[in-house]
Design a binder for this molecule. Structure first.
Ligand SMILES: NC(=O)c1ccc[n+]([C@@H]2O[C@H](COP(=O)([O-])OP(=O)(O)OC[C@H]3O[C@@H](n4cnc5c(N)ncnc54)[C@H](OP(=O)(O)O)[C@@H]3O)[C@@H](O)[C@H]2O)c1
Length: 394
């Protein structure tokens, strides 16, 4: 599909749920954005949603939205197990796609979407909106300019209090429940913004609820090597300590700790405040209020700071106008690495999605759950069997 050269970018929205509603309100306040069509699994729901958010057209299936010639780009706002199929249908029809986080349920699905987007030469991006808030942009700019020296540690938390219930998408595995995919991903991306999403070591501990979903988790990441030769080359430590919880409201702060000071962003997933503390200098607090919605009359939103979607939308529109097929700040390779990282953490937590996880992921989780001594015994037994067969595998 060619670059979007019209003055207005014509948006379609797939899924008539909570986040889609907030996204539509942010479209209202974004210059150059126009909501033209919405789709839901039922036409009646799509019509109600279209009336509420002033969309011109409504569709009773995602496939019908994919076939709508009046749409340039589709925002995929369905629950995460639906991301893959919904985005696939859009990409196959030649639509550009902005897909809510996490892009998919696992790395295999992400790889398949990335391949399809590249084949069709259309834009695809995972909607990690935090990256586009001006407070994040400023923090990254300061870190790149060396304001706090070498960044050696990222400490990030995100937590809110919720009730454990099989009926809630947050806790139901069939609906992609679990804190890691829902909010832990924001803490991982906070480290990812400066160091990428392919750490050299990952350790995770989680708390699983009776539904099988993780409500809380603690993740430690190490980037690069602390070997003697790495130290000789002046390599600084790079460590991240990340915590998420759906059982308690946390302070929700991301702290970038450098050799000469620190930066803190609040709140982690949609920051509007940045505190700069350079050692020996008085701290500086920078506020980045959301755009004034009043003038363009956005309606109420379900989640905190949702009008901040406007920053992500504006960036996507700029990229489409330039004919780009991915976003340099959060490229597809990074989404792939994020998906692999999420998979490897889930293996450690033992969180398995019955409908989408491969045999390999299940087997890795099973082996990981064995006590260390059992793993050693199993490895010895395999070695013994191998030796008895004269070194033959079969
Ligand atoms: N950026 C952020 O700050 C933020 C905040 C919240 C959520 N999110 C992301 O947004 C996505 C949706 O979250 P949400 O809170 O908006 O969810 P939601 O309102 O519960 O559901 C969104 C849509 O998913 C579809 N859906 C719901 N239950 C389904 C089921 N059992 N089977 C098939 N489809 C189902 C429905 O689509 P139809 O309308 O077509 O029926 C629904 O409208 C998630 O991936 C989440 O990670 C992002």
């Amino acid at each position: 599909m060619a670059a979007v050269s019209t003055r207005e970018t014509r948006w379609g929205v797939a899924g008539a749920g909570l986040i889609s509603g907030d996204f539509c309100e942010a479209l209202r306040i974004t210059p150059g954005a126009k909501l033209v069509a919405v789709a839901a699994r039922s036409l009646a729901k799509a019509k109600d949603f279209a009336a509420k958010h002033d969309a011109q057209r409504s569709h009773g299936s995602y496939a019908a939205l994919a076939a709508d010639p009046s749409v340039d780009i589709v925002y995929v706002g369905v629950i995460h197990p639906g991301h893959y199929e919904c985005a696939r249908v859009m990409l196959a029809a030649g639509k550009h796609v902005l897909c809510e986080k996490p892009m998919c349920m696992n790395a295999g699905e992400v790889a398949s979407l990335v391949a399809l987007a590249r084949e069709k030469r259309v834009f695809l991006m995972e909607g990690l909106w935090s990256r586009f808030f001006p407070a994040t942009v400023k923090a990254l700019e300061l870190m790149r300019a060396g304001e706090i020296g070498d960044v050696v540690e990222v400490i990030s938390d995100f937590g809110f209090a919720s009730k454990v219930s099989e009926a809630s998408r947050l806790y139901n595995l069939e609906m992609g429940g679990g804190g890691l995919l829902d909010i832990g991903i924001y803490c991982l991306s906070a480290a990812g913004f400066i160091w990428g999403c392919a750490p050299s070591e990952v350790r995770a501990l989680g708390w699983k609820e009776p539904t099988g979903a993780d409500s809380c988790g603690v993740i430690a990441l190490k980037y690069g090597s602390d070997s003697a030769s790495a130290r000789e080359h002046g390599r600084q430590p790079r460590i991240a300590s990340l915590t998420y919880s759906m059982r308690t409201q946390t302070r929700e702060v991301t702290l970038y700790q450098g050799t000469k000071g620190r930066l803190s962003l609040w709140p982690t997933h949609c920051p509007t405040q940045l505190v700069v503390e350079v050692d020996g200098v008085a701290p500086l607090t920078l506020d980045f209020p959301l755009p004034d919605a009043g003038a363009r009359s956005a309606g109420p939103t379900s989640f905190v700071n949702s009008l901040g979607f406007t920053y992500e939308i504006a960036r996507v529109q700029q990229l489409l106008g330039a004919g780009a097929t991915e976003c340099p700040e959060w490229p597809l390779q990074t989404s792939l690495e994020m998906a692999r990282l999420l998979d490897s953490i889930r293996v450690q937590l033992g969180v398995i999605y019955p409908r989408t996880d491969s045999f390999l992921v299940r087997a890795r989780a099973l082996v990981h759950a064995w006590p260390f001594s059992s793993r050693i015994l199993a490895a010895l037994a395999l070695l013994l069997a191998f030796a008895r067969r004269g070194g033959r595998v079969v």
